[in-house]
Design a protein around this ligand. Structure first.
Ligand code: ADP
Ligand code: MG
Length: 243
């Protein structure tokens, strides 16, 4: 069974009297365990699609099947539950709480999770994840005491704390230099390979996209033909920095 199946998915924003059609009928599947890049020019609807995939917003038409369940008909409360139990998020701007330690940032999603964990279990799980992303010696640091790459590692650890099956990363290297970007991309590849987490990586950068197994191109609200890469494919250099 596919993890994700999109059938003619549509999203039109309404601004006053004006309809702004952004997604015009997206049909696609993502299998369990895939690492997919979603590519398209700025304004092509990548973030809009990610918001739908992440159950943060609902489509205006079509169907979104996630783990065999149609999501677009669910209530906001049901969607929130699916989101917490299934999906992790990583953003371009890290979105860490500023006056809070790395450890507390990673623990934060656990405090409102359905799983009944003790304070000690939460600390243990968060500490293990920080070690996994190479920050075992930075657990008490605040975001302002960490580099951009380290902050994104904290954000990745946080995204994993509820053990998601799907990780959505929207331009995760957009604020990082090219060397740090490659480190972060390798971390995604590693998580995908060793934990089997399905990852969708949004980017406008071909060098970033080539770290995925497959690229889905979005243009004018529609999907263009995909490309698949052999694992030994030589990627172009990662641009890094802002567009
Ligand atoms: P991308 O992430 O590919 O740069 P977005 O999904 O952010 O693209 O935006 C796609 C289009 O949808 C843009 O033209 C943008 O102006 C419009 N858009 C995005 N969010 C909203 C919104 N909440 N209301 C109205 N228009 C929006
Ligand atoms: Mg975007």
């Amino acid at each position: 069974m596919d993890l994700i199946e999109l059938k003619n998915l549509q999203k039109t924003y309404h601004l006053g009297e004006v309809d702004v059609p952004v997604l015009k009928g997206i049909s696609a599947t993502v299998a369990r365990g895939e690492l997919v890049a979603l590519m398209g020019a700025s304004g092509s609807g990548k973030s809009t699609l990610m918001n739908l995939l992440g159950c943060l917003d609902r489509p205006t038409g079509g169907e979104y099947w996630l783990e065999g369940r149609e999501i677009s008909g669910l209530s906001a409360r049901e969607r929130a539950r699916v989101r917490k139990q299934t999906i992790g998020f990583v953003f371009q701007s890290f979105n860490l709480l500023p006056r809070t330690t790395a450890l507390e940032n990673v623990m934060m999603p656990l405090t409102y999770s359905a799983e009944p964990l003790s304070e000690r279990q939460m600390r243990e799980r968060a500490t293990a994840l920080l070690s996994k992303v190479g920050l075992g010696d930075r657990v008490e640091h605040h975001p302002s005491q960490l580099s951009g790459g380290q902050q994104q590692r904290v954000a990745i650890a946080r995204s994993l704390v509820n053990r998601p099956r799907l990780l959505l990363a929207d331009e995760p290297t957009g604020n990082l230099d090219s060397r740090t970007s490659v480190d972060i991309l390798k971390m995604f590849q590693d998580l995908n390979r060793t934990e089997g987490i399905t990852i969708i990586l949004v980017t406008h950068d071909p060098g970033v996209a080539h770290h995925a197994q497959r690229i889905i191109h979005i243009k004018d609200g529609l999907i263009e033909d995909g490309e698949a890469f052999a694992p030994e494919h030589e990627p172009p250099a990662v641009g890094g920095g802002r567009p």
